[in-house]
Every structure is written in C-alpha cells, then in structure tokens.
Write a protein that binds this ligand. Structure first.
Ligand code: HEM
Length: 170
C-alpha cells in the first residue's frame, strides 16, 4: 500500500539526522505543490484553502541549518476541479499523521518554537480536515476517477521527494 511505503521513507526519526532528511523531503514536496497551487484559480464558492505550511517549514529548515531550498519547476496542472480535489486530499490528508510525527519530534527536543513548527501547524486543527471532507462531498460534477488519478500521482511525487536525494525536474 502506498501509505506504508511513504511511512517507511519518512522513517521514525530516531535521530536528528533522520529528522533533517525528512524535513528535506517534505520541503521538496511542498515546494513543488506550492508552485502548482499558486496558479490555481480557486473555484467560486470555495472559502476553504489548504493548510499553509510553507513559512513554518522554511523556519524549521533554518533552525536545523538545512541548505536553502532550490526552486523547483515541477508543475502539475490543477485547473480541473476534480484533479485539484484529488491533490488537496493528499496534501490535507498528510496532516492526519502530523500528531504522531510531532510526538517523535518532541522526543528529539523539537517543537513549535524550534525545528518542528510545521508539525504544530499541521496538527492544530482537525476541523480543517472535516471542512475539506464537506467540500469534497458538496462539489458538483465531481469525477472520482480523475480525482483518484490525481491523488495517486501526488502521492507518488511525495514518495519520490522522500526517497530520492535529488528530485529530477524538467
Ligand atoms: C504527502 C502525503 C502524506 C505523508 C507524507 C504522510 C505521512 C504520514 C506519516 C509519516 C504517518 C505516521 C505513520 C507511523 O505511525 O509511522 C502518517 C499517519 C497517518 N496518515 Fe499519512 N501521510 C500522507 C498522506 C495521507 C493521506 C492522503 C491520508 C488519508 C487521507 C493519511 C492518513 C493518515 C492517518 C489516518 C495516519 C495515522 C494517524 C494516527 O495514528 O494518529 N495520510 N502519515
């Protein structure tokens, strides 16, 4: 199952070095997604927006002396609402595991003030996930096949970002 593979790639971060590797992978993934999300024209009637983690993730990277992230040119076309919802399902779903990761980070001495700020943001509010599910439920013309294909490819991108040292982008 894809999520199990992702858990293995994320690791348990028993050491600071493992945590730094996780942070590098996540920053790579989020940078690629943020770039695609920036050009989204949000559908009429949506007041919901994905949890914003870029700023806290950047601060965590600085806390842990990671090199500045490079610009990616990974661009996913999210113009179709079903494709967009599929991608958001993965992004928002990733907050569901944040509580577990936050505890592991705390064992390394990292918290909302240093090094694990993004995990505090991501695990803050389960209401955000619930309101996403309502949005999903109420979306007109929702095409489950397009959404699932999109979710799978975003999941695959996340896996690639965590597993490889270098994200090959064109
Ligand atoms: C980029 C995408 C994702 C990442 C990086 C991610 C990462 C993780 C990690 C590392 C864990 C902890 C696993 C462990 O105990 O070792 C976890 C747990 C979990 N994830 Fe994900 N995940 C992602 C997407 C999703 C999606 C799309 C869903 C569902 C919609 C989801 C639902 C969950 C749930 C329910 C847990 C268990 C939480 C708990 O035990 O309290 N995740 N995730």
């Amino acid at each position: 199952m894809a999520h199990e593979q992702l858990d293995a790639a994320v690791g348990n971060f028993n050491t600071l070095e493992e945590y730094r590797r996780y942070l590098t992978g996540l920053s790579r993934f989020r940078a690629a997604m943020d770039e695609s999300l920036e050009s989204v024209v949000w559908p009429n009637g949506w007041s919901w927006r994905p949890t914003a983690v870029a700023r806290s993730l950047d601060s965590d990277a600085i806390d842990l002396n990671l090199p500045a992230k490079r610009q990616t040119s990974y661009d996913i076309d999210l113009a179709d609402d079903s494709v967009l919802l599929g991608a958001l399902y993965v992004l928002e779903g990733s907050t569901l595991g944040a509580r577990v990761l936050r505890q592991r980070a705390a064992a390394l001495g990292l918290d909302q003030a240093f090094g694990a700020r993004h995990l505090a943001v991501m695990s803050k509010d389960i209401a955000q996930w619930q309101s996403f599910l309502i949005l999903l439920d109420e979306s007109p013309d929702f095409d489950i096949d397009r959404a699932a294909a999109s979710a799978n490819s975003v999941f695959a991108l996340a896996l690639q970002c965590f597993e490889s040292e270098f994200l090959v982008v064109q």
